[in-house]
Design a protein around this ligand. Structure first.
Ligand SMILES: [Zn+2]
Ligand SMILES: [Zn+2]
Length: 452
């Protein structure tokens, strides 16, 4: 019997990671991510699965970013009855991420249905509800790193540290072909982190890999050194403080917020920035920070005010002092960051400091592109604030780090499947790896390959 791998999402694009592995009559999926894009595409792509969820035996998740775990509630609602295997920090963060995502879906559909009602169009249900999210969370089982477990009959799995975010794993799958006893070993390095990041271990090198699935978010780009990024962060804050403005940092509630807080703490300690009010204004980021404190090293929280309450959040609009506001969502598509942008984007004294990846067609991307006018809550605003972009805080390995990782991976490495990247980045990485003698291949969405 042959082993098949189908690339169901997160190929030739960054979001929506999902891959189906079929072997010995068993079916498992690796990741069940949300595709992010325009509202219509979002519903169209995420609502349907290209397989019958009721026929899956199990699922494994690499980490708790929403583009890797975010469609799980929909999977269970569509008939999935198996277990979902993750590391324990991923279990804790998934709980927060999926409930938050469900609330966003419910809110968003309310808005859509209001518009639809005005146009005489039928209303529609949310992609999934809080209840769906709760049901899916009950299927999650946590397994420690380095502990081999049975994912399905004749498919074993071990989690290795991906060094990408807290709890992130490289699921290492070992498939035993029942009739021949042959073993096929697949490593899923999606997403792959970097060395020397705060709170994280370096990505682990694997010893015996036949097939490697590798992300390519930064397949053709290099990050500036972290020290330089820290300097840029300090300079942006000092410059804005001198003008009497505010620094608005759109940030992913997960990992990036905690990293920025960590670096701000360092800059304060090193006296590279003067003391100023720093707010983390995101209930989700506050809750995730608690998970960090449970699973990871402690970090200096004294200088930072954490805001959960929405009234307190609104008070920031009337506080005219220079300050730093870190708020989510990271790509400025939802959440409290929208209020802060609306209130501050038109003032040239302020700075919008971009510290994370902005996907195409997001407000964040339009800000990075410095478009003269942007729409927030359906209203047009002139972008007058300074825009500063720091890419080095990335949690993703860059071009050189990806190639280095492949060079250090041991085993037959029959083929490397390049996934999780915009096409130009995937192509750049494939080209680079081929020049080093590797067989690198960029699969198409829904393509099925046979592994032997
Ligand atoms: Zn990720
Ligand atoms: Zn990702």
């Amino acid at each position: 019997m042959s082993v098949h791998l189908t690339f169901c999402g997160g190929v030739r694009t960054v979001t929506g990671s999902m891959h189906l592995l079929e072997a010995n009559g068993q079916r498992v999926i690796i990741d069940c991510g949300l595709f992010q894009g325009h509202r219509e595409d979002f519903y169209r792509v995420n609502a349907q699965f290209p397989f019958n969820p009721g026929k899956l035996d199990a699922a494994v998740l690499s980490h708790s970013h929403i583009d890797h775990c975010g469609n799980l509630p929909n999977l269970t609602r569509s008939g999935f009855t198996g277990k979902v295997f993750v590391t324990s920090p991923t279990r804790d963060i998934c709980r927060l991420m999926l409930l938050d995502s469900a609330r966003i879906q419910e809110e968003d559909v309310k808005f859509v249905n209001k518009v639809n009602a005005r146009k005489g169009l039928p209303s529609r249900p949310p992609l999934y509800s809080v209840e769906d999210a709760q049901k899916s969370l009950r299927k999650i089982r946590a397994v420690d790193y380095h502990k081999k477990f049975k994912l399905a009959t004749a498919i074993n799995c071990t989690f290795y540290d991906a060094g990408h975010i807290l709890g992130s794993a490289i699921p290492y799958l070992e498939i035993i072909k029942t009739e021949s006893g042959q073993r096929i070993k697949i490593a899923y390095a999606v997403d792959l982190g970097r060395k020397h990041m705060p709170f994280l271990q370096d990505p682990e090198i694997l010893n015996d890999v036949d097939y490697l699935l590798l992300e390519s978010t930064y397949g053709g780009r290099t990050h500036e050194p972290l020290a330089q990024a820290k300097l840029k962060l300090a300079e942006a804050i000092n410059r804005t403080m001198a003008r009497g403005g505010k620094v608005i940092i759109p940030s992913f509630a997960l990992e990036r917020t905690q990293e920025v807080v960590y670096y701000l703490g360092e800059l304060l300690k090193e006296k590279k920035i003067k003391p100023l009010p720093i707010f983390v204004d995101s209930p989700l980021a506050c809750n995730i920070t608690d998970v960090f404190l449970k699973h990871s090293a402690s970090f200096d929280l004294e200088a930072i005010r954490y805001i959960r309450d929405s009234q307190e959040s609104k008070k920031l609009n009337f506080d005219k002092r220079p300050m730093v506001i870190i708020s989510s969502s990271g790509m400025c598509e939802s959440g409290r960051i929208l209020h802060h942008l609306r209130n501050n984007i038109g003032n040239p004294l302020n700075t919008i400091l971009v510290v994370g990846y902005m996907a195409k067609n997001t407000l964040g991307k339009r800000i990075v592109e410095k478009q003269r006018r942007v729409r927030i809550f359906g209203e047009s605003f002139e972008l007058k604030a300074e825009v500063e972009v720091i890419n080095a805080f990335s949690a993703h390995a860059d071009k050189n780090e990806l190639a280095d990782y492949v060079l250090r991976t041991k085993g037959k490495l029959k083929k490397i499947f390049i996934v999780h990247g915009d096409m130009d980045q995937s192509e750049a990485l494939a080209f680079n790896l081929r020049s080093k003698g590797f067989r690198a291949y960029i699969p198409r969405k829904f393509e099925t390959v046979t592994l032997d």
